[in-house]
Design a protein around this ligand. Structure first.
Ligand code: SF4
Length: 357
């Protein structure tokens, strides 16, 4: 039932929550011509301005009116940490109700990716995840999700770069806040605004089957990443408790149906934990389960969390695992986790903020 919880501090719409059509309606209700909505939209999402005052294409009277009736910003930067090489920045955001979330900006040679949160905390309770161990607080609004992306886009603009990719792999389960996540994608995809291509979005899920089925029927074709972690149903029950509601065989069926409908490849994310899910038998079982699917496996060395005795698998074991999948014809890569020196694993910065800063 928690998925309906969201925070509306003023009980009135906020600028970044509105889709373009709703913004047009709002301005028409204020007695303004429709083209004012296009001017405002462009200023916020293409020019990346941060206040009504800065939108000089709008008359002063309208700017004052909007200031009073359509609040703008939902996020405040509480902390920002850059990795030693300067390519990764992790930001802790404070929301209007005092809750905190985080997002990460990763700079690559040919692209820049923002990893966004969709909830405060998470109800999925994954055993290896700091956020999951902290529990669920509430859903984020569209504005609170987009606010993270806009802030990273402004940082990149100041560096002469552009935000090109979005992954929903921060705090929370995006499929558990489906409408806000899809609303965010639609706004960011608009070519009159941020113009981020549909294929540059990756929606990551622990495997919420109704969400996967819904996504298959959306008109916008984004990438789907499923946090698989193991093809052993029993083990997955303990690593990813959501597996008890959405068991592996049914999850893989939903993925096959998604592929059939969209003709798009599914990514399977696998965090390899030494002695837990990284054996040769685990690899063979995964190869058997995924053989013939239009998919890609990302092996990620597990990022140790606080109070956990678990360690990431060593490089040799990761490569043995990879060989077994590759030999079975399953495209597999090893992904380096970015920014370990700034605690980039999900939930870690927020936990530290609450406990020791
Ligand atoms: S890994 Fe993702 S889905 Fe699982 S508890 Fe953490 S934030 Fe939630």
């Amino acid at each position: 039932m928690h998925s309906s919880i969201s925070y509306d501090p003023m009980n009135e719409p906020q600028l970044l929550d509105l889709a373009f059509a709703a913004l047009v309606d709002h301005l028409v209700d204020l007695g303004e011509p429709r083209y004012r909505a296009a001017q405002l939209w462009r200023a916020v999402y293409a020019d990346l301005v941060t206040s009504y005052e800065a939108i000089t294409t709008l008359p002063q009277g309208l700017r004052t009116k909007l200031e009073a009736c359509l609040p703008w910003e939902a996020l405040m930067c509480a902390q920002s940490h850059a990795s030693a090489d300067g390519r990764t920045t992790k930001v802790l955001w404070k929301l209007q109700d005092g809750e905190t979330i985080e997002s990460v900006l990763m700079r690559y040679d040919s692209r820049a990716t923002a990893c966004l949160s969709t909830q405060v905390g998470c109800a999925m309770g994954c055993q290896f995840c700091d956020t999951g161990q902290s529990g669920f607080r509430r859903n984020l609004s569209i504005g609170e999700i987009i606010g993270q992306a806009l802030a990273h886009a402004r940082t990149l603009r100041d560096e002469g770069r552009r935000l090109s990719n979005i992954v929903f792999m921060g705090m929370g389960e995006p499929m558990d806040n489906y409408d806000a996540t899809l609303g965010t994608i639609r706004t960011m995809n608009d070519p009159k605004g941020m113009g981020i291509g549909a294929r540059a979005f990756t929606l990551s899920t622990v495997g919420i089957i109704p969400g996967i089925r819904r996504l298959a029927n959306e008109s916008i074709q984004v990438n789907l990443a499923v946090s698989l972690h193991t093809a052993d149903n029993q083990l997955r029950n303990s690593l990813v408790p959501a597996n008890r509601t959405h068991p592996l065989p049914k999850l893989l069926d939903a993925c096959r149906a998604y592929i059939e409908k969209t003709h798009r490849r599914v990514s399977f994310e696998v965090a390899l934990i030494a002695g837990i899910n990284d054996s040769i038998d685990h690899a063979r079982q995964m190869a058997k389960s995924l053989r013939g699917m239009l998919c890609h496996v990302n092996l990620i060395p597990f990022n140790t969390i606080r109070k956990s005795a678990w360690k990431g698998s060593d490089v040799e074991q990761i490569h043995r695992f990879k060989s077994i999948l590759s030999d079975a014809g399953i495209p597999t890569s090893v992904r380096q986790s970015r920014g370990e020196d700034i605690r980039a694993a999900c939930g870690q910065l927020r936990r530290r903020d609450r406990t020791s800063y």
